[in-house]
Design a protein around this ligand. Structure first.
Ligand SMILES: Nc1ncnc2c1ncn2[C@@H]1O[C@H](COP(=O)(O)OP(=O)(O)OP(=O)(O)O)[C@@H](O)[C@H]1O
Ligand SMILES: [Mg+2]
Length: 443
């Protein structure tokens, strides 16, 4: 399932804006990225999509279900009503629906039409009625408030998770770590009941030694009894976070632990960036696993994933490969992302990148392979260097060019005092200045 396009009418700062999402005729990949300055409207776009999709999800849950309304404050200040039209494509059919909102006590000219959202949802409900293990499409929105690792203090009674529960809070909270934890524990219990628990296995290993034949047989047995859905989550986390493995629930006291290289850590001890990535990837993987019980590899399940500020908390190295990791790990999901990072868009070849400026949208030429400074300058409209230093360096070069050597020396002394020794630009300028002075001496 994928969103072909959507249109905002009087939503936030957008009067009327139509947006095609990848894959398009010219861009086969399934990643669209929005960039733009603070307040450009990136979050408004994702929220509008989430609102619109919430109606499909609600009607999948129940025939007359209601999704989220467009919030009144999102209606453009000068307008009476707002609407979001969406065009969703599924199995060669296109489904269009509109969700609209009018200011309280006013009469607007936009109205909702959800007939086709219902039709698409009906299709899935009918499939579920025929076959309980039918796959459902993942639909999730991860807002910037996504990283709250909320771990229950005690274990509630057993909880059963249906496929459709994969949609719980998927368009409001994003990461639902409490549910993640409960689900993980539930699956782990079942896994342990049908096989040998990790704790027993650890004890056996210390008794027989890791090189013995008994141990290798036990390990094989253990691998074959692994829960497919938990394996999916563990694999996704390992793909994103090299060096991290063995996510599991521990009791007394109740907590979730993960091994970072050789060290065992409570997940609450992880750094903000580690938590943020683990929660995001774990949540996508868990939902896909729940929704695709029939798939051999649930990570290959179909879906639409919206992530606001995908670079949030990530070190540049992780920013660089975040899109590639998302698309490698979840190859059948369509991604709609926003970012402030030049590295996110310069390291992935097949993303459709849009720049939002003054309420207008423009598709950018591929930024693949561009260096970060060029992206900062060309796309993000900001200098790669501190503006003061930049202008002084320019003045220095101008002075050298104009053979104003006294001024050049004075600027050089100022820059020398301000910049760390070994600054490349300054070193180059010094060289040019020396050459010019030599030339003048020769003349
Ligand atoms: N009802 C409204 N009418 C007109 N303009 C609005 C309305 N609501 C929001 N805006 C404008 O939309 C902007 C908010 O957009 P949004 O939060 O989507 O920006 P963003 O691109 O996500 O920014 P950031 O990068 O800071 O998160 C505000 O700066 C405001 O100018
Ligand atoms: Mg935003």
């Amino acid at each position: 399932m994928e969103i072909k396009s959507f249109q905002l009418n009087h939503v936030g700062r957008f009067e009327s804006l139509h947006i095609d999402l990848a894959p398009t005729a010219s861009m086969a990949a399934n990643v669209t990225v929005f960039v733009g300055s603070n307040g450009a409207g990136k979050t408004s776009l994702l929220k509008s999509l989430a609102t619109s999709l919430s109606w499909f999800v609600a009607r999948l849950r129940s025939e007359k279900g209601s999704g989220n309304p467009i919030p009144e404050e999102a209606i453009t200040n000068s307008a009476l009503s707002a609407s979001v039209d969406i065009d969703v494509y599924y199995q060669d059919n296109s489904y269009n629906w509109t969700i609209a909102k009018t200011q309280k006590g006013k009469k607007g000219n936009l109205s909702s039409n959800l007939t086709e959202a219902s039709k698409l949802a009906d299709f899935f409900r009918a499939s579920l009625s025929n076959d309980e293990s039918t796959s459902l499409p993942l639909i999730a929105f991860y807002s910037v408030e996504r990283v709250v690792l909320d771990i229950p203090m005690k274990i509630r009674g057993r909880h059963s998770f249906l496929q459709i529960d994969g949609y719980d809070n998927s368009l409001s909270h994003g990461v639902d770590f409490r549910r993640f934890f409960e689900w993980f524990r539930e699956r782990e219990d079942t896994e342990n009941e049908s096989g040998i628990s990790q704790e027993i296995l650890d004890k056996l290993q210390s008794m027989v030694g890791p090189d013995s034949e008994v141990w290798s047989k036990l390990a094989q047995l253990k691998a074959s009894s692994r829960d497919k859905q938990l394996t999916a989550v563990r694999t996704a986390i390992a793909n994103f976070m090299p060096g991290f493995s063995n996510l599991r629930v521990r009791r007394n006291p109740l907590h979730m632990s993960i091994d970072k290289h050789e060290e065992q850590l409570n997940v609450l001890q992880l750094s903000q960036g580690e938590k943020s990535l683990m929660a995001l990837v774990g949540d996508i993987a868990r939902r896909l696993a729940m929704m695709n019980p029939q798939l051999e590899n649930p990570l290959h399940g179909d879906g639409i994933v919206l992530i606001d500020e995908v670079d949030m908390h990530l070190h540049p190295t992780w920013q660089r490969n975040v899109i590639a990791r998302l698309t490698d790990t979840f190859p059948s999901c369509q991604f709609v992302l926003t970012t402030h990072s030049p590295l996110v868009i310069s390291d992935y070849k097949d993303a459709l990148v849009y720049l939002l400026e003054e309420g207008r949208l423009s598709a950018l030429p591929s930024q693949y392979g561009q260096d970060a400074n060029t992206v900062l300058l060309d796309v993000m409209g900001t200098s790669a260097r501190n503006a003061d230093i930049d202008s002084k360096l320019n003045d220095l070069l101008d002075a050298i060019q104009a053979r104003q050597f006294n001024l050049a020396h004075q600027l050089m002394i100022e820059l020398d005092a301000e910049l760390p020794s070994g600054n490349m630009e300054l070193a180059k300028a010094k060289l040019i200045l020396r050459k010019q002075e030599l030339r003048r001496a020769e003349d």
